[in-house]
Design a protein around this ligand. Structure first.
Ligand SMILES: *[C@@H]1O[C@H](CO)[C@@H](O)[C@H](O)[C@H]1NC(C)=O
Ligand SMILES: *[C@@H]1O[C@H](CO)[C@@H](O)[C@H](O)[C@H]1NC(C)=O
Ligand SMILES: *[C@@H]1O[C@H](CO)[C@@H](O)[C@H](O)[C@H]1NC(C)=O
Ligand SMILES: CC(=O)N[C@H]1CO[C@H](CO)[C@@H](O)[C@@H]1O
Length: 354
């Protein structure tokens, strides 16, 4: 309630905020992309309406969430619900296939998937956890991935008052995860005020059936979240302050801040190479272009690789950057055996040889 009052007063006092230097900086409003090319890239056939998040399983099967619809987000196809796509990266020229979904309680017509994460248990059962936005709300859907049938079996919908504005999720068990809330508010007007004013009230939640708690807060739009291969560190991207934070994860699931890295781009989803531990980040070079879509000034794409993040001097490489002619608004990038798969918020997907 106190926050609501502060916000109302600030909202009343606010004029011309988009011209303010701090606003321009948060949205990297004047940034143009310096192209960085890769010689061997192809658009993935069959993806036209987004590939917001993706995860590549150790066997080379990629699961991709497509068709995100979220208040304030651009999309090219406003009527159809989203789906989860499967792509086999072991094939020479892989195509995508839509996974069928079964489960009596699941409503396909209000499925708007956002961040996804998988968890594989000791029996090799693969669970897929999906942030969903039915009727512009937030839930986490738990599925079992049935590889042979190429389908998902819906097991459960998880709702909680602390999981109210979800963006991304990283699973540490089938019903056990960390998730980012990209806004404090749910109401669209209050959300836009929150972001416009840069209040940094977004936060990260730990969820288990027995305990749900806020484990990190004070973010200017918490976005991607992921975990190191050894499970000791959690990485969180803070979109509008252009930072990636490294947290130490404790046995009681609390997080303590270890270090932060700053970038010249809006950092979205983080993918972790299971072999090297490198971070691969899908980024938005210019935030104005993604938040305020204008076909005359389309958002570009940028992918960065971070090596040795825990060392004194992590190595940061811009692996791919492009002005949007090929791929608009990259949100995720992940590697598998020398190949790079780049997803986007509402556009296509690109598959490159490194
Ligand atoms: C499924 O979702 C659609 C779209 O939101 C809604 O109109 C419909 O009532 C839902 N069906 C059920 C059984 O809840
Ligand atoms: C969780 O563990 C950390 C590290 O051992 C400790 O500092 C912290 O006090 C613990 N928090 C709670 C709530 O138990
Ligand atoms: C984007 O980059 C391509 C290739 O470098 C170039 O041909 C095109 O003119 C650029 N578009 C804009 C709007 O800058
Ligand atoms: C490609 C990739 O790894 N995407 C990740 C985006 O963030 C979520 C949460 O950490 C992961 O589950 C996805 O794997």
């Amino acid at each position: 309630m106190a926050k609501l009052m502060v916000l109302t007063l600030l909202g009343l006092a606010m004029t011309g905020f988009r011209d303010h230097p701090s606003y321009q900086k948060r949205f990297a409003a004047s940034r143009e992309v310096e192209p960085v090319g890769l010689p061997n890239c192809n658009l993935v056939k069959g993806i036209e309406t987004g590939s917001e998040d993706l995860e590549i399983l150790p066997n080379g099967l990629a699961l991709i969430s497509s068709g995100l619809k979220y208040p304030g987000n651009k999309n090219f196809d406003s009527n159809t619900p989203g789906n989860i796509l499967l792509m086999d990266l072991n094939e020479e020229d892989p195509a995508v296939l839509e996974l069928s979904i079964s489960g009596s309680k699941f409503n396909m017509s209000s499925f708007y998937p956002h961040g996804i994460s998988t968890f594989t248990d000791e029996d090799n059962t693969v669970y897929l956890l999906v942030v969903n936005h039915p009727d512009a709300k937030s839930t986490v859907e738990l599925f079992k991935f049935q590889k042979e049938e190429k389908s998902l079996l819906h097991l459960k919908t998880i709702r909680h008052e602390l999981l109210h504005s979800l963006n991304d999720i990283v699973a540490v068990g089938p019903e056990h995860f960390y998730a980012t809330n990209d806004h404090y508010f749910v109401d669209p007007y209050l959300r836009s005020l929150e972001v416009n004013l840069g209040l940094s009230w977004s936060y990260v939640v730990y969820y288990s059936p027995n305990e749900v708690k806020v484990v990190a807060d004070g973010f200017d739009f918490a976005n991607g979240i992921n975990i190191s291969p050894d499970g000791k560190y959690v990485y969180i991207s803070e979109l509008l302050s252009h930072k990636i934070h490294v947290y130490e994860k404790h046995a009681n699931w609390t997080l303590t801040s270890l270090k932060s890295l700053a970038f010249d781009t809006l950092v979205d989803n983080i993918s972790v190479d299971p072999v090297t531990g490198d971070l691969w980040v899908g980024c938005h070079p210019n935030g104005m272009r993604i938040f305020f879509y204008n076909p005359e000034r389309i958002p570009g794409s940028e992918v960065i690789q971070i090596q040795d993040i825990l060392s004194e001097e992590p190595k940061v490489t811009v692996v791919y950057a492009e002005n949007g002619t090929v791929l608009q608004a990259s949100s995720v990038a992940s590697v598998y055996q020398g190949k790079l798969l780049i997803g986007s918020v509402y556009h296509k997907a690109l598959y490159c040889k490194l």
